[in-house]
Design a protein around this ligand. Sequence first.
Ligand SMILES: [Zn+2]
Length: 92
Amino acid sequence: MSIARERIDRLEALAKEAATANEDERAREYVALARRIAERNRLRLPRSFERFTCDRCDRYLRPGRNARVRLQDGHVVLTCECGAHHRYPYRP
Ligand SMILES: [Zn+2]
């Protein structure tokens, strides 16, 4: 595992912790930093990271608190507070 990969995983965990503690600004900084590291190292972000972060405003998404979840035509649609939609296929 590369150092960049480890840092991204660590930042994801920190973002989750911060979001759980209602420290959204701090969570957002971790998300933004993890994204920069991924870009610089040409790494793909983990799927869990892509699902639970907003690529428009870098919020760490928490369904029911700062994100709305809807099921639509076999897709999960997550709507961020900033208005961005994220869709991904839903597999039962
Ligand atoms: Zn957003």
